[in-house]
Design a protein around this ligand. Structure first.
Ligand SMILES: [Zn+2]
Ligand SMILES: [Zn+2]
Length: 236
């Protein structure tokens, strides 16, 4: 049921169906404490809602769902280049159902366009789709493979999400002239991708590997994720 800017779901499942769904959601709905140990602020319902979306996101990413009208199911973000550059204004999120299409904030459009493995239509000055000329804003397969090799999973400190479920985040956004190369990319799970786009956490590629810089009020200084590739990471 569409309501305002969201969508309400509810209903009953029989015992077996509930067992299947709860089994699939359980690992995705686990509390995720912050890197400094702060408890996950989400309620159980919120975590299960997030887990259901994550389940669908991962399934969409596999490309194994049946086609509709000859194309794989996908969501599309349409956004003017000026919105990506200025961080002002809105983009449009469209997922095949006009009643649900809606405006999204510039910062969310920047995040969704950052690793445009979902269809991202960028509109240039005269409203023409800009799919060339701005460099490649989709990450080519060989670069994605090298990135998975280097980071091994979400590179955010303490995060255990494996590489196949992570986005390629541009350290300098391609809309700001950042290049799509290993030296400007970091693997991030959806949760930490959102954190990097919506908070004062910053990431650099230092000595060839991602280094995360917390906001000034979080003690401890810059840090790395040592869970995926401890064999490769430099000290510090
Ligand atoms: Zn990003
Ligand atoms: Zn993560």
């Amino acid at each position: 049921m569409a309501h305002g800017s969201g969508w309400a779901i509810g209903g009953w499942l029989d015992r077996e169906a509930a067992a299947v769904l709860r089994t699939a959601l359980s690992p995705l709905a686990a509390p995720q404490p912050a890197e400094d140990g702060t408890a996950d602020p989400r309620t159980v319902d919120q975590r299960q809602g997030d887990a259901l979306v994550e389940l669908a996101r991962r399934m969409l990413g596999t490309g194994t769902l049946p086609t509709e009208g000859g194309i794989r199911p996908h969501i599309t973000v349409t956004v003017p280049l000026t919105v990506l550059e200025s961080r002002l204004g809105t983009g449009l999120l469209d997922f095949g159902d006009d009643t649900l299409a809606g405006a999204i904030a510039a910062e969310d459009a920047r995040r969704l366009a950052c690793d445009a493995h979902l269809a991202c239509v960028v509109i240039g000055g005269r409203s023409e789709p800009l799919d060339v000329g701005r460099g490649s804003y989709t990450v080519p397969r060989h670069i994605r493979r090298a990135l998975k090799q280097r980071d091994g999973g979400c590179a955010f400190p303490g995060c255990t999400v494996p590489a196949q479920w992570a986005d390629a985040h541009h350290v300098a956004h391609w809309a700001d002239g950042g290049i799509t190369a290993l030296s400007n990319l970091v693997l991030l799970c959806p949760r930490h991708h959102t954190l990097l786009h919506s908070s004062e956490w910053e990431v650099t590629i230092t000595d060839g590997f991602p280094l995360f810089h917390p906001p000034p009020w979080i003690p401890g200084g810059p840090r790395r994720n040592r869970l995926h590739r401890p064999d490769l990471l430099p000290d510090g």
